[in-house]
Every structure is written in structure tokens, then in C-alpha cells.
Ligand binder design. Structure first.
Ligand code: HEC
Length: 195
């Protein structure tokens, strides 16, 4: 009995330790293996990752998302919306597992996938809300100067990037935070309630 309990505790602590969930706080480079220095993809901020292994300065991670038939180099946050989780280089050869595939109304397949890749062990946080508050603050402080701030729920996830792009050069939002704000806007857009 006691031995069983011990094994159970051991099992849970090992599995908790082995799969740690974190969120990216910046754009992060993706590599195909732990020793490679050639960048084969980019992970966008506020993306959820699971850490599988740590070796040296790189970590082996797993990322879930959706891929659209005919678009082999983009992994999206949800089906049918252009909210990028990761962009992959055309020459990339990552391990991508297809979990399930469904045809949409126009007959295009969308697959739920898991990408395994390597990235540096930095710019990660467990606190997704703090990333969103930072983005919200940047938005409020910079996008309500010439006109009242447009509500995040005014536009859809697919409309926000071009809207933001058209306006961002009028603001002091630092270049490195532009993807963070875009992700915040897209993930809180009009058509994202309940996602
Ligand atoms: C320097 C002043 C200025 C700043 C800063 C600014 N805007 Fe604007 N915005 C304008 C003006 C002027 C218009 C009217 C249309 C135009 O000039 O393009 C506008 C229009 C808009 C519209 C309406 C566009 C449409 O087609 O309905 C949206 C949405 C918008 N801004 C969002 C933003 C966001 C988001 C930010 C922050 C990233 C921002 N604005 C920052 C000046 C500004």
C-alpha cells in the first residue's frame, strides 16, 4: 500500500516536471535539433508550449495548433482564422504529428497538429495574463491619442492585423512588441468569444 502510494507520488512529480506549460513572451526562433543554429521557424508571442526536455541552452518543446491544407508552413491558433502560432521556413523538416483532420464547408481540410521543435530557454512565462495586460497597456497608451481607442471586440481576428499595421507606424509601440499587441488583439477579437 505504502509502496503503491510512493510510486504514485513519484509518477505525478515526474510527469509534472517532464511536461511544463509555458507561454512565449516574444517572437522566438525555432530549431530542428538541440545543436542546430540555423533558424527554421518562428514562434509568435502568447503561444502555449509544453517543455519536453532541457539540454544546455535549448529546450525541446511541443506546440499544438491547426494547419490548413495547402499551407505547409503555418500553424494557426484556431481553425479558419489567421492567428499565427508558428511560421515555418520552406526548407524546414520538423516533426509534425497530425492528431485529427476535418473538412470545412468549402471542402478544405484543417488538421489539428503537434509540432516538436527546439528553442532557447528564454522569454517564457507561466503568466499569460501578464502578457495580455502588457499588450492592453501598450494598446491603450498608444492607440487612443488621436481618436478614442477602438474596442478590441470591434474587429474580427482576421481584420485586426491589417488594421493594426495601417496604424502602428503612427505610434511609439516598440518594434519588438508589435507581434505581442497583434496577438492580443486577434485573440480577443469579435469572433473569438468562446474560443
Ligand atoms: C497619430 C494619430 C493616430 C494614432 C496614434 C492612431 N490612429 Fe487610428 N486613426 C487615425 C486617423 C487620422 C484615422 C482616420 C483614417 C486614416 O487616417 O487612416 C484613424 C482611423 C483608425 C481606425 C478606423 C479605420 C477604419 O477603416 O475604420 C482604426 C480601427 C484605428 N484608427 C485604430 C488605431 C489603432 C489600433 C492604433 C494604435 C496602433 C491607432 N489607430 C493609432 C489616427 C491615429
Amino acid at each position: 500500500m505504502r509502496k503503491k502510494l510512493f510510486l504514485m507520488v513519484l509518477f505525478f512529480s515526474v510527469s509534472l516536471f517532464a511536461s511544463e506549460t509555458m507561454y512565449t513572451s516574444s517572437v522566438k526562433n525555432l530549431y530542428e535539433n538541440s545543436t542546430s543554429s540555423s533558424v527554421k521557424g518562428r514562434l509568435l508571442p502568447t503561444s502555449k508550449i509544453t517543455i519536453l526536455e532541457r539540454n544546455n541552452d535549448k529546450i525541446k518543446i511541443e506546440v499544438q495548433g491547426y494547419m490548413k491544407e495547402g499551407v505547409p508552413n503555418a500553424i494557426y491558433f484556431v481553425k479558419e482564422k489567421r492567428i499565427l502560432v508558428a511560421g515555418l521556413s520552406k526548407s524546414a523538416n520538423f516533426d509534425i504529428k497530425i492528431l485529427s483532420t476535418k473538412k470545412n464547408l468549402s471542402g478544405v481540410n484543417w488538421s489539428k497538429v503537434t509540432l516538436t521543435a527546439y528553442t532557447k530557454d528564454n522569454n517564457l512565462t507561466k503568466d499569460l495574463d501578464s502578457l495580455y495586460s502588457k499588450a492592453q497597456q501598450l494598446f491603450k497608451n498608444n492607440c487612443a491619442i488621436c481618436h478614442p481607442a477602438h474596442p478590441v471586440g470591434e474587429f474580427t481576428a482576421n481584420q485586426w492585423p491589417s488594421m493594426f499595421k495601417a496604424m502602428v507606424n503612427r505610434t511609439a509601440i516598440p518594434k519588438m512588441d508589435r507581434y505581442l499587441v497583434t496577438q492580443y488583439l486577434q485573440k480577443h477579437a469579435k469572433d473569438m468569444k468562446g474560443e
